[in-house]
Write a protein that binds this ligand. Structure first.
Ligand SMILES: C[S@@+](CC[C@H](N)C(=O)[O-])C[C@H]1O[C@@H](n2cnc3c(N)ncnc32)[C@H](O)[C@@H]1O
Length: 214
C-alpha cells in the first residue's frame, strides 16, 4: 500500500529523477546498448532455457514495458506481433523511443510517466506480459508497493512479468537494488517461477513471475 510520503521520500524520488535525466541529457546512457537481451528473446521466441517450465514461444498479446528507455525492447516486442505500451520517467528517453519506433515502422504507444503511478497514464491493460529491464531496482523502496499494485491491477490471468534487477548495494547510494525475497513478499498473488543470475561480475538477477489465474 502507498503510505504518506515523508520529506526524505520526496527527496529520494527527486534525486533518482535528476540522476536519470542527467544520464539522458549527457548523451547515450551506458545501458542503452540497442541489444535485446537473450532472456527476453527466449521468452518471446521460445528459444533457450529459463522462465520456468515450458520453452515454447509466447503467443503475442498485450505488453507493458516499465522504464523502456529509448525503446529497443518495446520495438522488439512490437516487431514480434505484440501490442505494446511502454513507459519511462524521462521525457528525453520517450522522445528518442518515438524516433526509433517511427524509423522502425512499428506502432508502440510510448508514455512519459511514472511506472509507480500508472493510474495517471492511459494504460488500463489488461496485459499478458510486463517487461522491466532494470527500472524497478532503481525505484525508491517507498514507491515499490505502488508499482506492484499497478501491475497486479493490470495483469491478465496468468500474465508474466520478466524483470532484470541489480542486487542491493550494486547501484551506489541513489538506486536501491532488489532481492528475490523482496519480490516474493511484495508481489502477493504472483508466483516467482524463475530466478536466473545475470552474467555481471556483481549480483544481478532475472526474475520471472506469473500472476494468479483468478
Ligand atoms: C537502467 S535504465 C534501463 C532503460 C531500458 N530498460 C534499457 O535497458 O535500455 C532504467 C530506466 O527506467 C526509467 N525509470 C526509472 N524509474 C522509473 C519510474 N518510476 N517510472 C518509469 N520509468 C522509470 C529510467 O528513466 C530509465 O530509462
Amino acid at each position: 500500500m502507498d503510505r504518506p510520503n515523508t520529506g526524505a521520500d520526496v527527496d529520494q524520488e527527486e534525486a533518482v529523477r535528476r540522476a536519470l535525466e542527467k544520464y539522458y541529457r549527457d548523451g547515450k546512457p551506458p545501458w542503452d546498448t540497442g541489444v535485446t537481451p537473450p532472456e527476453l528473446v527466449a521468452l518471446v521466441e521460445g528459444r533457450g532455457e529459463g522462465q520456468g517450465e515450458g520453452h515454447g514461444a509466447l503467443p503475442p498479446g498485450r505488453a507493458l514495458e516499465l522504464g523502456c528507455g529509448t525503446g529497443t525492447n518495446a520495438i522488439y516486442l512490437a516487431r514480434h506481433g505484440w501490442e505494446v505500451v511502454a513507459v519511462d520517467l524521462v521525457d528525453r528517453a520517450i522522445e528518442q523511443a518515438r524516433e526509433k519506433a517511427d524509423a522502425a515502422g512499428v506502432a508502440v504507444r510510448l508514455l512519459h510517466g511514472d511506472a509507480t503511478r500508472l493510474d495517471e497514464l492511459d494504460a488500463p491493460g489488461p496485459y499478458d506480459l510486463f517487461f522491466d529491464l532494470s527500472c524497478y531496482c532503481g525505484i525508491p523502496p517507498h514507491r515499490r508497493d505502488a508499482y506492484a499494485a499497478g501491475l497486479t491491477r493490470r495483469a491478465a490471468p496468468g500474465a508474466l512479468l520478466l524483470m532484470f534487477v541489480y542486487g542491493p548495494g550494486t547501484l551506489g547510494d541513489t538506486f536501491a537494488g532488489v532481492t528475490a525475497d523482496e519480490m516474493r513478499a511484495r508481489f502477493a498473488g504472483w508466483e516467482l517461477i524463475d530466478v536466473t543470475p545475470g552474467t555481471n561480475p556483481f549480483p544481478t538477477f532475472w526474475f520471472t513471475l506469473r500472476a494468479g489465474e483468478a
